[in-house]
Every structure is written in C-alpha cells, then in structure tokens.
Design a protein around this ligand. Structure first.
Ligand code: ADP
Length: 160
C-alpha cells in the first residue's frame, strides 16, 4: 500500500523546525503533501503564494514531498489525497493542549484519519514562525532559523 501523509500548517514563513519535521516524514512515508492553509483570518505576513513558493524551494531535496494550498477541513483534504495520516509537530508541552483538542476533533470528523505527532531536533524545539517574525522585526539575524532566501524575504518585508 502506498503510504501517504499530509503535513498542514500556516508556514508564515517556513522555518528549519518545519523542515526538520518534513525531512523525518519524507523518510517514513511514500508521499508527503505539505498543505499550506491560506489562513487569511490570521493576517499572515506572507501571502499564501509567497508561503507556498518558499516551501517549494525548501523541499526541493525531498523528491516525495509536494506543496499545495488548502482551504477547508484538513480531514477532507487528507481524504482527497488518499492519506490516512495527518502529521503535526510537537515542540513544547505548551503545544499539547491545542494539538490534543484538534486531533480528537479531527478523529470525530473522520475516524479513519490518524494524527501522528513528531518531535523536532532539540535545537529547533523552541522555534516558531511567530517568534522569528518578532525578532526579525527588531533587527535580529535569523539565518540560523530559516533558509537564506526566507531570511532575505523577511528583511524585505520588515520596514524599518
Ligand atoms: P499552525 O499555524 O497550524 O499552528 P504552523 O505553520 O505554525 O502551524 O506549524 C505547522 C506545524 O508545524 C504545526 O504542527 C506546528 O506545531 C509544527 N511546528 C512549527 N514549528 C515547529 C518546530 N520548530 N519544530 C517542530 N514542529 C514545528
């Protein structure tokens, strides 16, 4: 059986934490679909097009990974892709409560789809897109946290 997984998120922007998870799942599943939620209501810094573009560049080394937009329910998107697994990254215990609620809600919506949690390398376990945007805005060098083209784009976005 072809094992497929979906990895959803906002990815505003993609970080080395996300890429660590993508590398791990690309070794475990035959096909991985990274699903970029448009999340306009969250007021993202980067448009959905920019987020997809940056991710596509970053996942080029992984031949079994595709990047797409998605709107609507993740369980519906997974079904459309014939994937039975939704991957989420767990960093700190603080991620747990929300992720636990979401996983159980998704199970209720579609019991055939499982949520699988992955932990990144320790050195990425404190990284979040939100914090990276905040420190970049204050002038920090974020090249240890995001790929070089993303760091450049962050500089371009932030008007100082
Ligand atoms: P969302 O907006 O859906 O919370 P994000 O774009 O922030 O999503 O992240 C997508 C997924 O990647 C989530 O499961 C999140 O927990 C996970 N993630 C984000 N940053 C990291 C990181 N540094 N290490 C591991 N997982 C991460």
């Amino acid at each position: 059986m072809n094992k497929r997984a979906v990895y959803p998120g906002t990815f505003d922007p993609v970080t080395y934490g996300h890429l660590d998870i993508i590398e791990r799942i690309s070794g475990l599943y035959d096909n991985v679909f990274v699903a970029v939620a448009r999340s306009e209501e969250k007021g993202p810094l980067f448009s959905a097009e920019e987020r997809v573009f940056m991710l596509k560049e970053a996942v080029k080394p992984y031949k079994n990974v595709e990047v797409e937009y998605f709107d609507g329910l993740i369980v519906d998107y997974a079904k459309e892709k014939s994937a039975k697994v939704v991957i989420r990254g767990l960093r700190m215990i603080s991620d747990f409560e929300y992720e636990f609620q979401m996983a159980l809600t998704n199970r209720k919506l579609n019991p055939e789809i499982e949520t699988v949690f992955m932990m990144p390398k320790e050195s990425y376990s404190y990284l979040s897109s939100r914090l990276i945007k905040e420190v970049a805005d204050l002038g920090a060098d974020v090249s240890d946290f995001v790929p070089p083209d993303v760091a450049e784009k962050l500089k371009g976005k932030i008007k100082r």
